[in-house]
Write a protein that binds this ligand. Sequence first.
Ligand code: EPU
Length: 420
Amino acid sequence: MEKLIVHGGAPLKGVVDISGSKNSSLPILAATLLTRDTCTIRRVPDLSDTNYMVRILGELGAEVERASGVVVVKAENVASVAPYDLVRKMRASICVLGPLTGRLRQCTVSLPGGCVIGDRPVDLHLKGLEALGAEIKVDGGDISVDATQNFRGGPMNLMGKSGSTVLGTGNVMMAATLAKGITSIEGAAAEPEVEDLANFLIKMGAKIEGAGTNTITIEGVDQLHGAEHTVIPDRIEAGTFLCAGAMMGEGITLRRVNAAHMQTVLDALRQCGFTLTLGRDTISIAPNPSAKGFDLTTLCYPGFPTDMQAQFCALACAIGDTSTITETIFPQRFMHIAEMKRMGAQVDLEGATAKIRGGHPIKGAPVMASDLRASAALVLAGLLSQGKTEVNRLYHIDRGYEHLDDKLASLGAKVERMRE
Ligand code: EPU
């Protein structure tokens, strides 16, 4: 296992390129299973999660080639079973369920386990597939789908008690592209990654309207064909670098970003007092030593993203004021707090609300990465701290941030990757 050593206090300056979105790439790669033809996906970030998805496609029988951000998939024949050994390492493997249902009408996909950010049920994915006429059994940890008899479009509402589901909407949308008739999804997730997936499916010949809103309508077609697509910029990676720039920056610029996908995060930073300058595909952030605290609540898009909550906890440590952040999507997603407290951060957790008194010096310490975004927050806290922070279990970061250490180093951060 590797760890990241962060020597705190180095100012950040310069330009950094943002990678393609992890959370777009994963379902888009899965969607290539919907056709026998060749699909070419560009700007796929080099991450262990995308490598894992490429491996799953290969194990399911697709021919896959990958070279510098371009993944070419030809799934002439596809296996109908994705066993536990294949899917267990990544929860997002569940997004092969929709394409396999659409293409084969019958499949078995093992249930992914929970993870540290919550128990992460898939009931809404199954509810949506049932509304398409599929019979579903969950037995021995496997989901078995049989849609051979009555596979057709229909109305459904996928709103859950914590809001809409991103991968659930994607799964049902992918299956519905090949179901006869009209599918109407109310309570659909409006995240840009769902819209990006829909745009790829449309290039493959699918008929989809409303993606990017809470109502998506799909008119089923007989078959889909190959297509080329470039995934959108990673808005969460971009938000993480903006936090780094706000905390330690002497002026940093993000290139190859889409500010339209980041309005709530940009507004939150502006309200703290940071100056943002937007170009055609760039965002620059300037520091502000008298920035104000924030009071944020995570919500579905276009609300403040849960995937930025941990990084804003780190940002709050740098602001000489009190900030609060309430988590409504994954109320247990606060593993970073205990680790940040070990660095001397003044944080109280009351239920699903973190209250952070910032502006006090924090000190480097060995800390344990627990999940992707929590780990990113610990790296940010390390940049701010006095002394040396060791972020252990770096593999969490490599799941979702492309070459984070190299990108931070190019901005002037003192970071080194070492074996644990
Ligand atoms: N939920 C249900 N039932 C379901 C599905 C979800 O109750 O069948 C609940 C969840 O427990 C949660 C809420 O609905 O409370 C939202 O979960 P969602 O299904 O939207 O999460 P996801 O699709 O599994 C994606 C991202 C996550 C991100 C969430 C929320 C990918 C690969 N993952 O997960 O990203 O946090 O949406 O925006 O797209 C990350 O990148 O670090 C990450 C965890």
